[in-house]
Design a protein around this ligand. Structure first.
Ligand code: ZN
Length: 358
């Protein structure tokens, strides 16, 4: 983003401690250009007056400056200022899993407290990247630690974005790592294992009880191309199980996200009534039509696609597949949310805003 000469306005950056009776500190931001997120136009020579943790005024620079002649000034007159960005697909508790070795090392050789410390660091990185809100779509074996990070941010203990937590996510027995041919040992799994409709409802209730804002489940695995270039997949849950997950989620006032890469997994998730399709590489025209009809969001996560190309197999082909799907989805009016899947690649490696370029 720096190369684009853009500054992202994160109020937390300017938050002054509210100490007793002293009036909140005033900060005047001189914005050369402002994208305010509301108007169609980019505004020029704008003043933004921040008082304590709140924006008090936005308008022509001279006018706003007149309201607060003694305010501390941050001069961004050579920059474009944006509101905080939203990353709708993150994993605070993961530090990259391009290889299965990287994934297993984290689940087997790092304690959840250690992983939570890194997650706190990641929350700060997200803010520094310009992202003031994230939807964190599961902890990959770190239980409910995302809710703890969220609590610490909300209580002002650590800097971080507004966090929507999904806690543990769900997959049926044997359909999510870590697996092993050694049946004598029980290894940790990256999800809550869920089998049967009663278990599905119980799992949703447990996760909501422990602070889940969203419920995430894995709709598919084992991706493959058919000769007509459609990306297919094996579906994880029976329709009855997936519908139980989504129905219970909605009953408890939450929304459901499905990891769905192949067309079979996407179709199954749409039958279950999910609110968002994560990745969605194998979207076909008829699936897009169903998404428009049912108001389902697509979160393409191109960034992770680029990072996991070294895996080989079907992965290198998926970025080009998504590029074609993206154009068709735009024309059809599919609602698209920006999400990166950061955590699937290291938080320290690139700014999530790279996703906009992709
Ligand atoms: Zn993900």
């Amino acid at each position: 983003m720096r190369s684009l000469n853009v500054a992202v306005l994160s109020i937390a950056t300017f938050a002054a401690p509210l100490a007793g009776q002293t009036p909140p500190q005033q900060t005047l931001i001189k914005a050369g250009r402002l994208v305010d997120g509301r108007s169609q136009q980019v505004l020029t020579n704008v003043g933004i007056l921040v008082e304590g943790e709140r924006i008090k005024a936005v308008g022509p620079l001279a006018q706003v400056q007149g309201q607060a002649p003694t305010a501390r000034v941050i001069d961004l007159s050579q920059m474009t200022v944006l509101p905080g960005l939203i990353d709708a697909h993150t994993h605070l508790l993961l530090q990259g899993d391009v290889t299965s070795q990287e994934y297993e090392d984290q689940l087997l050789k790092q304690s959840i407290p250690y992983r939570a410390i890194l997650a706190a660091r990641n929350a700060r990185l997200s803010l520094e990247h310009g992202f003031t809100a994230i939807r964190d779509v599961e902890t990959e074996g770190a239980m409910y630690a995302d809710v703890d990070v969220k609590l610490a941010v909300n209580r002002g203990e650590i800097p971080g974005p507004r966090i929507f937590a999904s806690t543990r996510a769900m997959a049926p027995t044997g359909m999510y790592p870590i697996g092993t041919p050694n049946w004598e040992i029980d290894l940790p799994h990256g999800v809550q294992t869920v089998d049967g409709v009663d278990n599905a409802r119980l799992a949703v209730r447990e996760q909501v009880q422990h602070g889940a804002d969203w419920i995430k489940y894995y709709s598919d695995r084992r991706y493959y191309f058919t000769p007509d270039s459609v990306l297919r997949s094996w579906v994880n849950f029976t329709d009855a199980e997936a519908k139980a997950i989504v129905d219970e989620t909605h009953r408890l006032g939450r929304m459901a996200a499905a990891h769905a890469i192949g067309s079979d997994g996407i179709a199954a998730a749409l039958r279950a009534g999910v609110n968002s399709i994560e990745h969605g590489d194998g979207l076909t025209d008829s699936l897009m039509d169903a998404m428009v009809k049912n108001n389902v969001y697509w979160v393409p996560t191109v960034s992770v696609g680029v990072h996991v190309m070294p895996r080989g197999g079907v992965w290198p082909a998926l970025v080009a597949l998504e590029r074609r799907a993206f154009g068709r989805a735009l024309r059809k009016g599919v609602k698209i949310a920006m999400g990166t899947d950061v955590g699937g690649f290291p938080w320290t490696e690139s700014n999530q805003a790279k996703e906009f370029e992709y």
